[in-house]
Design a binder for this molecule. Structure first.
Ligand SMILES: Cc1cc2nc3c(=O)[nH]c(=O)nc-3n(C[C@H](O)[C@H](O)[C@H](O)COP(=O)(O)O)c2cc1C
Length: 356
């Protein structure tokens, strides 16, 4: 199926995107103790901008030095050398006519104490995921229930990291509220059993996300974008739906739509799959209740799937295809027959060899 939408422009506030294709955030686990990604990992992002993507996301950046990190070799944007390392990358991405967006997260109960300098693991409630940590192949350790001090301290980490991204020149900042990490843990009754004002009703479970968004928004200049990523699935306990019902998901989207954010990024395994016991996919369920621009991701691998996904969204993000195929945007433009990569093939993300 060939249609024209994928390579048409799209306006988000003060930014005109040259097409509807973005590089999804992808963790690469390449940073040494300085929390700065390897040069070839930074160059990879510039390469994807050169190939024609109109948005380039960073890997998920860890928001603190205490308890946020979930994987070895993750990056931060909290110190001057970390910020300085990103400045030329951002400039090069922008020179190619693409937007550079920094994604940031805190892993919560999926953190790994050994890689966090303060050796702590914290979460809305003291509940571990049911599955083992795929990297350590051991159970996730029991998290401490976050105190109100912890809540404030973690929000401060998001704020400091956002300031780092602003200083590094990023066009936008994404708050990672998806994939079962900390913000998602607060949103979901599966992992949030609190009895204070951060747990119970969905309004209460939403409170932490609201406070993060509001605090981050205050430190972002008007000419930068603020985006929120959401999903109904988490990396640990993949089979579990994080929202109980379609109604609950849509209430959260309604609340998000009242926030000072510029777009919603909806992450799925498979963009067209019907979701939340409805006859609609996640993009459709999102669109039904928000006027915000919607990005969709999950299983988009060629021109046909990209154009199809754009029926219900404004922008498509690709992870595996852009990871494994350095010429993906051009191949899609030419409507070539393309491979649909498997999850195992994406493990190449962690190679010590430079990826083209
Ligand atoms: C190697 C790898 C690392 C990823 N790291 C992140 C990440 O840091 N943040 C995030 O939100 N999603 C992450 N994802 C998920 C992707 O952004 C995307 O949602 C997922 O790969 C589905 O899209 P795809 O079918 O086009 O690959 C990662 C995916 C891969 C393959």
């Amino acid at each position: 199926m060939k249609s024209d939408k994928l390579f048409t422009q799209f306006q988000i506030r003060n930014f005109k995107l040259k097409n509807r294709i973005g590089v999804a955030p992808m963790t690469r686990m390449s940073a040494a103790a300085d929390s700065i990604p390897r040069q070839d990992v930074l160059d990879f992002l510039i390469q994807r901008a050169k190939n024609g993507a109109s948005i380039v996301y960073t890997e998920a950046i860890v928001t603190d030095y205490e308890s946020g990190q979930g994987y070895p070799g993750q990056a931060r944007m909290l110190t001057q050398p970390q910020i300085d390392a990103w400045k030329p990358v951002v400039k090069e991405i922008q020179k190619e006519g693409a937007l550079a967006i920094m994604q940031m997260f805190h892993c919560g109960r999926m953190a790994w104490p050994e890689v966090n300098p303060a050796n702590r693991i914290i979460a809305p409630s003291s509940i571990t995921p049911a599955q083992d940590n795929p990297i350590t192949e051991s159970p996730y350790p029991m998290p401490e229930t976050m105190s109100l001090f912890d809540v404030e301290h973690v929000i401060a980490g998001f704020v400091e990291t956002a300031k780092g991204a602003v200083e590094a020149g990023f066009d936008g900042i994404e708050i990672h509220g998806a994939h079962g990490y900390l913000i998602n843990q607060f949103l979901s009754s599966y992992s949030n059993k609190r009895t204070d004002s951060y747990g119970g009703s969905f309004e209460n479970r939403y409170r932490f996300a609201h406070e993060v968004i509001q605090a981050v928004h205050k430190v972002i200049p008007d000419d930068r974008l603020l985006i929120f990523r959401i999903s109904n699935w988490g990396v640990a306990d993949m089979e579990v739906f994080l929202f109980d019902t379609k109604e609950e998901y849509q209430e959260i989207i309604r609340l998000l739509s009242e926030e000072p954010i510029d777009a919603l990024s909806v992450s799925t395994y498979e963009y067209q799959q019907k979701a939340l016991a409805s006859d609609k996919n996640m993009a459709q369920l999102t669109r039904e209740v928000t006027g915000l621009p919607v990005m969709i991701c999950g299983g988009i691998y060629d021109r046909g799937s990209a154009e199809d996904a754009l029926k219900d969204a404004d922008i498509v993000l690709s992870g595996k295809s852009l990871l494994l195929n350095p010429n993906w945007v051009e191949d899609v433009r030419e409507d070539k027959a393309l491979n649909r990569y498997k999850s195992e093939e994406a493990n190449i993300a962690y190679t010590p060899e430079p990826l083209l």
